[in-house]
Design a binder for this molecule. Structure first.
Ligand code: GTP
Ligand code: MG
Length: 542
């Protein structure tokens, strides 16, 4: 909380109206992983059991980091005829494949209660037992952070627990009737926005956590804070649906007040609209107490809150609809991380297409042909994995040191392009010290798992979103190229990077075509790729 006062409002709502332009798409917008998150081996869930318990209850599948584990699983699977899955690992894997999988990121201002709500979900879904909770209660008390014990389920490292602030994106898994969820618990503090971007870029849906406690909603939203920046980033990064939980409803300053709830919903709604969310279709509000677990797994008791007749959080998450992704599309797996394990293992989220054992693929931009030895979803070995899955893929044909985060595993027939320049439509949010945005401006480009220095080399056209575009191209007046633009402008410009990066036009692949520009730790613009050099060529002037 001590950080809140110093926060300046990063984005005003009129600045973000232009986000509608690309955010208004109804199709599924989904985005790949970036390089800062914990490895997807169930860090949160792993933290939810003590060492003793871990010994008592062996995990169902061998973790893939264990080379022998992979090999023995591989051998046992090979001994089975392909249509007779007697192997426990395989049966489990196939059972889980029947359920859909969604990545859900928890976002919102610092201390809104994201980790507490995430921890409570794991507790309510039976993944953390009372003994562990008691242990966390004691640890939190020893650190004079009594109320943080639920957050300790998600906040697993010492620094996070001591300061009561999430730093890295926590990751955990839980299931409802219809869906397997991966929870990504993003940090709220402004210093860790790059980590939040990493979490949001892996997510399909978001839970925006807002504190209803007196003064806290205001600090997070009205007087600046991360609520606005997170919403805007989430939309840009492909979080297509939002559940807005109005949290801390149990707090003495709130007391499950309908007026407070309505006030927050009333203020958030126009802002969410201006950020590009269709509030009727894409957004659902509900009151909860993450700390007490109220309105989470079961509906609210009327004795606690008489006015809420709507669903609880689990119900909403269970039935939230995201458009289906095309498993037959071209293979696109932006690589988030890699390691050596009797071969080369790459990690990331499949953005398009299906990856199966035995596939011959290519890693771009270095055009290395590889063969898929095995595919893992979470801890389980699977025969194939479809879009949206966070996977680890073991490859032959390439050394681990020849791969970097941001490379993309693609199919051979239709590989992703590798370019060193592209045209983009940018929305300028807030430049540092109100600087002007002109050719020569340098920033850090975040696009799927790529983080690269970039330079704006040319401003091509400033777009006036209020004016209707002339539909007949012959009648359109040629635009004068602007020399500079200011905060709030929408501008088409050419951007260059010194290393080849794998990106695609936003209209072809929103996941590989949307990005943020940051300087000195601040998001200064969000954008979409509108033109890339012709196939096989890295610059426009070849
Ligand atoms: P960052 O990771 O730093 O962004 O914070 P966070 O959003 O993860 O918040 P966290 O879960 O760490 O909770 C912050 C404080 O709010 C803790 O003291 C929690 O106990 C308290 N808190 C969270 N949820 C509730 C709630 O539903 N009711 C009340 N009364 N307090 C809550
Ligand atoms: Mg947290």
């Amino acid at each position: 909380m001590e950080h809140d006062a110093e926060m300046a409002s990063p984005i005003s709502s009129d600045m973000v109206t232009a986000a509608d332009d690309w955010a208004a798409r109804d199709d599924f917008e989904d985005s790949p992983a970036e390089s800062h998150a914990h490895p997807p081996a169930g860090a949160g869930a792993a933290a939810a059991v003590t060492e003793d318990e871990a010994r008592e209850e062996a995990p169902p599948a061998p973790p893939s980091e264990d080379a022998n584990g992979i090999e023995s699983t591989l051998q046992s699977l090979e001994l089975q005829p392909s249509d007779a899955p007697h192997n426990r690992v395989q049966i489990e894997a196939e059972e889980r494949n029947r359920k859909r999988h969604l990545n859900v990121v928890f976002i919102g201002h610092v201390d809104a209660g994201k980790s507490t709500a995430g921890g409570q979900i794991l507790f309510l879904s039976g993944q953390v037992d009372d003994r562990t909770i008691q242990k966390y209660e004691k640890e939190a008390k020893d650190k004079s952070r009594e109320s943080w014990y639920m957050a300790y389920i998600m906040d697993t490292n010492e620094e996070e627990r001591a300061k009561g602030k999430t730093v890295e994106v926590g990751r955990a898994h839980f299931e409802t009737e219809t869906t397997r969820f991966t929870i990504l618990d993003a940090p709220g503090h402004k210093s860790y926005v790059p980590n939040m971007i990493s979490g949001a870029s892996q997510a399909d849906i978001g839970v925006l956590v807002i504190s209803a406690r007196k003064g806290e909603f205001e600090t997070g939203y009205e007087r600046g804070g991360q609520t606005r920046e997170h919403v805007l980033l989430a939309k840009t990064l492909g979080v297509s649906k939002l559940i807005v939980v109005i949290n801390k409803m149990d707090d003495p300053t709130v007391g499950w007040s309908k007026e407070r709830y309505d006030e927050i919903e009333g203020k958030m709604t126009p802002f969410l609209k201006s950020s590009g969310y269709n509030v009727k279709k894409d957004v659902q509000f509900l009151p909860i107490s993450g700390l007490l677990g109220s309105n989470m797994k079961t509906r609210l008791d009327k004795s606690i809150c008489s006015w809420w007749n709507g669903p609880c959080l689990f119900e909403l998450m269970d039935c939230i609809e995201v458009p289906l992704r095309d498993p037959k599309g071209p293979v696109r797996l932006p690589i988030m991380d890699k390691y050596k394990d009797m071969g080369t293992v790459v990690m990331g989220k499949i953005e398009s297409g299906t990856i199966s054992e035995g596939d011959n693929l290519v890693i771009m931009p270095n055009k290395a042909n590889v063969k898929v030895i095995s595919v893992y979803c979470d801890e389980d070995k699977v025969r194939s994995a479809s879009p949206g899955e966070n996977v680890r893929v073991k490859l032959s044909g390439i050394e681990e040191e020849d791969i970097a985060a941001g490379f993309v595993l693609s199919n051979i027939g239709n590989p992703v392009g590798a370019v060193s320049e592209f045209n983009a439509q940018l929305q300028i949010l807030e430049l540092l010290d109100n600087a002007i945005f002109t050719a020569g401006y340098k920033a850090v480009l975040h696009i799927h798992s790529v983080v690269e220095e970039c330079e704006i080399v040319e401003l091509i056209e400033e777009i006036d979103l209020k004016k209707k575009k002339e539909s007949d191209p012959k009648k359109r007046k040629p635009k004068k190229k602007p020399l500079f633009v200011k905060n709030g402008a929408v501008v088409v410009c050419r951007i260059q990077v010194s290393n080849l990066i794998c990106i695609e036009n936003f209209s072809d692949s929103p996941q590989l075509g949307r990005f943020t520009l940051r300087t000195e730790g601040k998001t200064i613009a969000v954008g979409k790729v509108v033109a890339v050099p012709p196939t096989g060529i890295s610059t426009f002037k070849a």
